[in-house]
Design a protein around this ligand. Structure first.
Ligand code: SF4
Length: 267
């Protein structure tokens, strides 16, 4: 690996502010070097290095760093990540999962998508059950979680206030999504978690000149479309507390989405 990439790895492995990662924290706070970049794919290492250093959205930079300083009481001993959160998973994946954004006290704390929050607690057991993960739990970047045949990313990579990114922030972050989708050559199925992820993929196709209008694509849980780029598009409600605790999204409904994704990937 080049010195350039090794240098970026050392940046990627430090929480916001560039302080060395503290060892000996409680399990709840544990983080580890090499947590974000577990790949030999040069393009992905370079992309993730750019993502993690990104400051294009002033409102989100201020928010993610303030949350990391102020912390939630339950995590006051934790060193928050406080930076953009890069995608995570298998660079050879046939299934791409596209979510909304990092959670303020979830990925913005742990530095890995869906890790350490309620959405991940709901999602990773389902990925485990459907054969996409080696374990059902995701607590921190040292927890041993490995994804197989699935890659997880988001429409925006910094935690937004109230989980609501602005249109300009979605547009700014889209350049990373474009490069990610183009680099993940084996993807056959895109699973959109929530309407923002759904629209983000359709907008990607529009930017590529592969889709003239989003009109024919209606977001509803379980909707399945064949896309102009040849991929299959599956829509799911987002596994947020708001959906899972109200019964809008049940475990069974979510399992069905990933079983369908696996079936299509294997075709
Ligand atoms: S949301 Fe995306 S574009 Fe905006 S600062 Fe974060 S990583 Fe950069």
């Amino acid at each position: 690996m080049s010195e350039f990439l090794q240098g970026w790895r050392s940046i990627l492995d430090k929480p916001s502010g560039g302080q060395p990662i503290q060892r000996g924290m409680s399990h709840r706070c544990r983080v580890v070097t090499m947590g974000v970049v577990r790949t030999n794919s040069t393009w992905l290492i370079e992309l993730n290095a750019e993502v993690v250093a990104c400051t294009r959205c002033p409102r989100l930079v201020e928010y993610r760093e303030r949350i990391a300083r102020e912390k939630r009481r339950a995590y006051r001993d934790c060193e928050y990540w406080g930076k953009p959160v890069a995608g995570f998973g298998d660079p050879e994946a046939r299934v791409l999962v596209l979510g909304l954004a990092p959670g303020a006290h979830g990925s913005n704390r742990t530095g890995r998508p869906f890790t350490g929050d309620a959405s991940g607690k709901f999602m990773f057991p389902v990925l485990y059950e459907t054969g996409f993960a080696n374990q059902p739990n995701a607590t921190d970047r040292e927890d041993g979680l490995k994804l197989k045949d699935v890659y997880i990313t988001a429409a925006v990579r910094c935690a937004p206030p109230d989980n609501k990114p602005l249109p300009q922030e979605l547009a700014s972050c889209a350049l990373y999504l474009d490069r990610e989708v183009e680099g993940l050559k084996n993807v056959k199925v895109v699973v959109a978690l929530g309407r923002i992820g759904f629209d983000a993929y359709l907008n990607y196709l529009k930017r590529r000149g592969q889709l003239a209008s989003r009109k024919a694509y209606i977001f509803q849980h379980g909707a399945e479309y064949k896309l102009p780029d040849g991929k299959t598009f599956l829509a799911s409600y987002h596994p947020s507390n708001q959906n899972t605790q109200t019964g809008k999204l049940t475990r069974q409904m979510f399992v069905r989405i990933f079983k369908e994704a696996a079936r299509i990937a294997d075709k």
